[in-house]
Structures are given as structure tokens and as C-alpha cells.
Design a protein. Structure first.
Length: 287
């Protein structure tokens, strides 16, 4: 197993910290032996287990109260902080949901050059794990963007704030709920996960390549990880896009401990510096 040590604070992964949410999507996720094949041969794919309709909650490795805090670094300069937090269950469109919030903020020094104040929210159905609601409020330098989408899973519609509706498959995910869904999948090196997502007014299958295993050290500690790389077609959580690689713990928690992305002006890192476990609603799940 390879071992790397990453300094606490090596690049502004505001964009990486939430682009991690672009990792996957779709409660109808499936694992393919060949992600390039348009029509895989019979038996070459494994369908992810569907949630039990009789169960009040789907088993997940997270729960209310879970908090992940990342150091955002741009080269040798610490640029700020990003976080992912699961809140107490809320009613969203008549369904009980996990509210998940992603935040990114530049620090005082970096804000003098480039102010970042981003907030992304998703509501994940506790039973089906599909998205019910998504919003994105971006403030990055002079760039401004607001997005809000209500997902009617029963009708197969993504209802945008501007009044436009778009057809989506049942079980589709948004760009943030997708990451939490992928944490529930049995990831295997050499077997890319192919899942459905709705982003930038497009619905497409997103490939998540699982490259292998590495042991890495970040401010939060040393972890055995799976190295994954999503192939993003639509817009991610933040303004900037680039090649994104994510290190997820190789255990039942699937915690993202490091994210590295290359952008036009260099490289950005988001390294986990603190973790607070949540309170899973399903009695069989213990983080």
C-alpha cells in the first residue's frame, strides 16, 4: 500500500471541497466492469441494492450531527475552510429528509484578494436516499449565482426556481446528495460506479472511477483510503472546475479525507482537519 503525507494546508479547495459532492448521483446507481461501454454485456453490471420500502430508514454511514471540516489550501497558502454537515431530520415536500449543508469561506488574508462565501444545501430522503431539494448560493469574487430546485421524484420532475420543469429519472440525485449516496455503495478498485445525476439542467450518467488504495496522512490523522475520480459533465458545486481526485476512507464510514483538484491557475487541496460522527437513524449503522 502506498503512503503519502500531505501537509496541513497546501491549496483553496473551496471548489474541491464541494466538488466532491459531484462524486456520484442517482439512487439507481450501478457498478460497471467497463464504464465506457454504452450497452454492457449481460452480467457485466451489478445493481445497487434498492431501499426496503417497508423500512423507515435506509442504512447509511452518516446521520444528524455529522460534521466534516476541511482546510482549504492553494499551493503553500492556506485560503480558508470548508465544511459538510448533516442536520436534524426535516420535512421536505412531505417526506422526512436529512438536510445536508456544504459551506466554503475564504479566510481574512485570502478574502483581500478573492472573497468566497458559498453555501449549498440538499435534502436527502431518509428512506430512498434520493434528493428532494437542492439550493446553491455562490459568492466568489465578482461571480454570483443562485440556484434552487425542488425534485418531485414521484412525477419524475426537477422543478427549478425560474418555473421551468425538466424530466428526471426516479431516484435521481443532485450534485451534493450524490456524494452522500456514493458513500453507501460497495466501492471496488477497478470497478467504476456509474450513476445518474441532474446538474446544470442536464441529466446524465456520471462515472466514478475507483483507482486503488493508499494510506495518507492529513491533519485529522492517518487513514487507509480508496482513491476515486469522478468524471464530471455538468457544473459542480462551485464556479471553478478541474480534474478532481478524492480519498475516501476504506471502511464503512467512507469519509472524504482529502480532495485534490487541478484548475487553470494551479492546484487546490481540501484536507480533513476534524470529524464529528453523526447519530445514524438506522439502528444497525454505527459510525
Amino acid at each position: 500500500m502506498n503512503q503519502r503525507r500531505h501537509r496541513a494546508g497546501t491549496a483553496p479547495a473551496f471548489w474541491a471541497a464541494a466538488a466532491l459532492a459531484a462524486l456520484a448521483a442517482g439512487a439507481a446507481g450501478r457498478v460497471l466492469a467497463d464504464p465506457i461501454a454504452v450497452a454492457p454485456a449481460a452480467g457485466s453490471e451489478t445493481t445497487a441494492a434498492a431501499p426496503d420500502p417497508a423500512a423507515p430508514f435506509a442504512p447509511v454511514p452518516y446521520g444528524p450531527g455529522e460534521m466534516l471540516v476541511f482546510s482549504i489550501d492553494y499551493g503553500p497558502v492556506n485560503a480558508g475552510e470548508a465544511s459538510l454537515e448533516v442536520g436534524e431530520v426535516v420535512d421536505s415536500g412531505g417526506r422526512p429528509c436529512y438536510p445536508v449543508e456544504s459551506k466554503a469561506a475564504s479566510n481574512r488574508f485570502f478574502s483581500a484578494f478573492y472573497l468566497v462565501r458559498d453555501k449549498v444545501v440538499t435534502h436527502i430522503d431518509v428512506q430512498t436516499l434520493a434528493t428532494r431539494y437542492f439550493s446553491k448560493r455562490l459568492r466568489e469574487g465578482d461571480y454570483r449565482k443562485n440556484v434552487a430546485i425542488r425534485y418531485d421524484q414521484e412525477a419524475g420532475k426537477a422543478r427549478h426556481l425560474d418555473g421551468r420543469d425538466e424530466d428526471v429519472p426516479t431516484g435521481v440525485q443532485d450534485i451534493l446528495s450524490a456524494f452522500y449516496f456514493v458513500r453507501t455503495l460497495p466501492l471496488v478498485p477497478g470497478q467504476p460506479a456509474l450513476v445518474a445525476t441532474h446538474s446544470s439542467r442536464k441529466t446524465y450518467d456520471l462515472v466514478v472511477n475507483v483507482h486503488g488504495r493508499e494510506r495518507i496522512t492529513v491533519p485529522a490523522g492517518t487513514f487507509d483510503c480508496l482513491v476515486v475520480q469522478p468524471v464530471i459533465q455538468g457544473e459542480g458545486l462551485f464556479q471553478f472546475e478541474g480534474d478532481l481526485t478524492i480519498w475516501l476512507t476504506d471502511d464503512e464510514r467512507r469519509l472524504p479525507v482529502l480532495m485534490k483538484t487541478k484548475v487553470k491557475v494551479g492546484a487546490i487541496d481540501a484536507s480533513l482537519k476534524s470529524y464529528r460522527p453523526g447519530r445514524p437513524l438506522h439502528p444497525e449503522v454505527r459510525p
